[in-house]
Write a protein that binds this ligand. Structure first.
Ligand SMILES: [Zn+2]
Length: 175
């Protein structure tokens, strides 16, 4: 990456941005990156997840995941203009309500609806261990999606769940 000074005696460095197909200043880059990644600007979609933009904005440990700050339902992963509790879409919320009641809006008992269960996922963010819990969830992926969507900083996941699963398998072989 080469930084140049377009205006003589200007302290502002410029560089060639491949995503914008243009020569822009570091300040412009940082502003566009914040618009895209912190404010979810539709105009700046090309700046989403850009590591160079994050560095120019001074955010070296930012969450650069594609779905960060996107209004995506953690359960069905569709984009939705409205998320209930900032997490799941209206359709998934209605299914959850039916699940809690045990029958659907027409009074028919539920047979095909996948069971919702409490789950949790452990992860590191900003050097600290974190725990995300859901009282009802369809899968562990649901919690991973919501974490990647919501975390401001880069996250890494722990896999305590796998250790528990393999312990359960060993237990089963005894019988
Ligand atoms: Zn949904």
């Amino acid at each position: 990456l080469v930084y140049t000074h377009l205006i003589v005696d200007s302290p502002e460095p410029f560089f060639r941005c491949d995503r914008m197909h243009a020569t822009i200043s570091v300040t412009q880059c940082a502003t566009m990156w914040r618009a895209a990644n912190e404010h979810n600007s539709e105009l700046r979609r090309q700046c989403r997840g850009c590591a160079l933009g994050a560095a120019h904005a001074g955010e070296t440990d930012a969450n650069l995941c594609d779905i960060h700050n996107i209004n995506i339902c953690a359960r069905c992963r569709r984009e939705s203009s409205r998320l209930i509790w900032g997490n799941i879409c209206v359709s998934c919320r209605n299914r959850e309500y039916e699940f809690a009641r045990g029958f659907n809006a027409r009074g028919t008992p539920l047979t095909k609806l996948k069971a919702l269960e409490p789950r949790q996922v452990r992860y590191f963010e900003d050097g600290r261990p974190q725990l995300r819990r859901a009282a009802l969830s369809a899968s562990i992926e649901e919690l991973i999606v919501s974490t990647l969507r919501d975390a401001a900083k880069r996250v890494t996941f722990g896999f305590v769940g796998f250790a528990q699963a393999s312990a359960a398998c060993r237990q089963m072989r005894l019988f």
